[in-house]
Design a protein around this ligand. Structure first.
Ligand code: PNS
Length: 161
């Protein structure tokens, strides 16, 4: 069984993430989308459980995709779940330095787990959760960038603030 972990903050999940999930679900027997608690990022718009819930709604029809959350080191979580790969999306060269550093550090800590990079469709390469949150905060349209349940959740969250 080839199992991969797709970790991230997913605050919130975007169409770029969804594209990477679809591609990876064709490559692996099981894909675990793993939402990091990210204690160090105090600025999350959506709570841990809201982020998980949105991904579950988006991935409802993907039969080999499961959504989980994790605390602590990614490699410990990957080992616990017996995953052979960590999956990350690469959008642009600007992503590379951080991703390269993280991949090598994770490999140092756990040589048995490979990091695999996938590129989303070109039209999603400029998407990021942070930009989408900023656009939504400033009243701009986000429907083209996120699944519809996420657009609704963004609107509700910002209205409540
Ligand atoms: O979507 P993000 O914020 O770019 O995801 C970053 C994430 C969650 C994958 C990274 O911060 C992470 O792996 N966090 C878990 C803690 C950990 O293992 N840190 C050491 C990384 S070398």
């Amino acid at each position: 069984m080839r199992r991969a972990i797709y970790p991230g903050s997913f605050d919130p999940i975007t169409n770029g993430h969804v594209d990477v999930i679809c591609r990876a679900s064709r490559l692996f027997d099981e894909l675990i989308v793993a939402v990091a608690s990210n204690e160090q990022k105090k600025t999350s718009l959506f709570s841990f459980s809201e982020r998980v819930d949105l991904i579950e709604q988006v991935c409802r029809d993907a039969r080999n995709v499961v959504v989980m959350h994790f605390d602590g080191l990614l490699v410990d979580f990957a080992r616990q779940r017996e995953a052979s790969a960590i999956l990350r999306g690469l959008r642009a060269v600007s992503d590379f330095e951080f991703e390269f550093q993280m991949a090598l550090m994770n490999r140092k800590m756990e040589p048995g787990i490979e990091t695999v990079f996938l590129m989303p469709r070109e039209e999603y390469t400029y998407l990021s959760s942070s930009l989408i949150k900023e656009i939504a905060r400033l009243g701009g349209p986000v429907e083209a960038f996120v699944p519809s349940c996420v657009a609704k959740a963004l609107e509700a969250k910002l209205r409540a603030k």
